[in-house]
Design a protein around this ligand. Sequence first.
Ligand SMILES: *[C@@H]1O[C@H](CO)[C@@H](O)[C@H](O)[C@H]1NC(C)=O
Length: 189
Amino acid sequence: MMSHFITFLLSLTVLTLLTYSASSENGDDYVQDACSVTRYRNLCIRSLSPFSTTAKRNPTTWARAGVSVTISEAKRVASHLVKLSSSGGRYKGALQDCVEVFQDSLDNLHKSLYVLRELNGQTFTSQMSDVTTWMSAALTDEDTCLDGFSGHKGRQIKSLQNRIRNVSYITSNALALVNKLATTGVSDP
Ligand SMILES: *[C@@H]1O[C@H](CO)[C@@H](O)[C@H](O)[C@H]1NC(C)=O
């Protein structure tokens, strides 16, 4: 009777341990923890959860992940803008401005990712200062593009504005991850 009870207790313990390790292995805790410093947290969790199991608690990996997800989304929106601007219409001028501004934004994002891959203990502070500056410039560019359409109505413009706003939110999140890294320091060589 007693031995049955002990067996029962043991299996309960094993079960609890298994459940616990499964939940930390799928990375939910890691991504939620990393995204806690961001302003658009749900978007952060949705867009960065694929990196959870590799990034774990490494702020360098999270910052890089944030910037690379931003690059992918900014590229998608930039090519959409190119398509729309070549089709002419009422917003041609604003669209062309946006294409230019997005190119500049992408340059800043690429430079940032490059430096985040080359972080070095000795130059860390000045490298992070550059990255912060470039990420802020990228964010400003996206907001400039958005301003070009303010006051305009219409379904197509609304949906374009949503996509650009989305990029600016993702950039803001990436900048928060960069700032987090700047304050915690490098944890991988
Ligand atoms: C916002 O960006 C994310 C991440 O790339 C993407 O999955 C989502 O479809 C985008 N949403 C809009 C409204 O563009």
